[in-house]
Ligand binder design. Structure first.
Ligand SMILES: Cc1ncc(COP(=O)(O)O)c(C=O)c1O
Length: 388
């Protein structure tokens, strides 16, 4: 069992930060790449190893961990557990959903955007072999507004598949507006929330999305190899994935190799053996998010990103994402003339960031503080020539 202490006060940020040992030797601002590792997660992973050493196999315990992750994800996004598939990657969930789509002549259009994480475009392009027609929307004046979606979503659109926050520049799409346009045209909406979940409040019912994808590598503070797909209740039984596996069947342990009998719940979007060690990780990671409280986390991130943007504006640096706080989340991007050189220069000052497509990505989470921001800007000032 985890030996970590409970967070004493939901807004006691220094106490929370102390549970992330990376800060003892690094200024870590790279949660958009890989969230920092907490002692809670470390202990939970050790528990998995201890359980295996002690008992060998313990399926009941493992199933419980898997179900705890499903329930925790459901709480995070205001869904019910039967609407959540626990997967090994975002790609696995998107593939299962795509495999259930009927791209017939009446409705075969798939609308995606330039803000898509590659997997959320490539999988849809792969559906061209099954009759899909893919339309990809680009930026206009540094953003992709809902109007750009309204121009292409029509009665032939089967699904609008978007990544809420762009992995490259941090821009955040207006999901409620896009969902409304899709709904008026009878199209499904799939949101890849991998770069936003854990930093924003996302109520699947309020947002009106049909599918929501996320994973534990980044702001959900877990590890690679565990992710999830939400499928709206009334769609679960209507959609029959053809990408499947034994853990997606109605009765897993019937071990019936004579037919396909998909689960009546969103488990039908799963596949093979669950990622058991990663479920230990995800369970502990979700617990930290819940203890800190999502509303408090959102507020904390807003304070931090506001401070980062103020400092960047004062220094005359250029943003890669829109400045408007409703159009970005935790990831702040700064235009760079040599983004790889800049990441390396910051790393030499023990500041961990990352880059994509001409942008330095600075991605704080609730565990960062204002001293981290001072350290970042002291270092950036030394490397001004690498900023656009
Ligand atoms: C927006 C977004 N979606 C998805 C992923 C990861 O997808 P997968 O779990 O299939 O590797 C990432 C990871 O970088 C991401 O940034």
């Amino acid at each position: 069992m985890s030996t970590a202490a409970a967070i004493p006060n939901a807004t006691d940020w220094p106490a929370i930060r102390a549970r992330f040992p990376i800060f003892e030797n690094r200024t870590f601002m790279n949660s958009c790449s890989y969230g920092a590792l907490s002692t809670d997660v470390m202990h939970s992973l050790h528990t998995y190893i201890d359980d295996r050493m002690e008992k060998g196999t313990d399926w009941a315990q493992w199933v419980e961990r898997n179900e705890n992750v499903r329930a925790g994800v459901a709480r995070l996004i205001a869904a019910v557990p039967d609407e959540v598939a626990v997967t090994t990657s975002a790609s696995q969930g998107i593939n299962a959903i795509a495999s259930a789509m009927d791209f017939n002549a009446e409705r075969n259009k798939v609308v995606i955007s330039d803000y898509a994480f590659p997997t959320n475009a490539q999988i849809w392009y792969a559906q061209q072999a099954r009759g899909a027609e893919v339309v990809q929307i680009g930026e206009r004046d540094g953003y992709i507004p809902p109007e750009a979606f309204a121009e292409v979503i029509d009665e032939k659109t089967r699904i609008v598949a978007v990544s809420q926050v762009c992995f490259r520049n941090g821009a955040k799409l207006d999901i409620p507006a896009i969902t409304e346009i899709a709904r008026q045209n009878g199209a499904y909406v799939l949101v890849d929330g991998y770069q936003s979940l854990g930093t924003v409040e996302f109520d699947v019912n309020e947002m009106g999305v049909d599918f929501l994808i996320g994973g534990f590598v980044k702001y959900l503070l877990g590890s690679a190899g565990v992710a999830f797909a939400y499928v709206r209740k009334d769609l679960v039984e209507k959609l029959v994935p053809t990408a499947t596996g034994w853990f997606a069947q109605a009765d897993i342990f019937a071990m019936d190799n004579t037919k396909y009998d998909p689960s009546p719940t969103a488990r039908r979007f799963e596949s093979g053996t669950p990622p058991v060690p990663n479920c230990y990780v995800a369970e502990a990671a979700l617990r930290i998010i819940e203890e800190a409280g999502l509303a408090a986390i959102v507020g904390r991130i807003q304070e931090l990103t506001t401070a980062i943007k103020d400092r960047a504006r004062e220094a005359g640096y250029r943003f890669g994402m829109p400045d408007d706080p409703s159009k970005h989340a935790a990831m702040i991007t700064l235009r760079s003339t040599d983004e790889h050189g800049l990441v390396a220069a910051l790393e030499a000052d023990r500041i961990v960031t990352s880059c994509r497509g001409g942008n330095l990505r600075v991605s704080p989470h609730f565990y960062n503080n204002f001293a981290d921001i001072d350290a970042l800007f002291d270092s950036l000032a030394k490397h001004r020539h690498l900023l656009a």
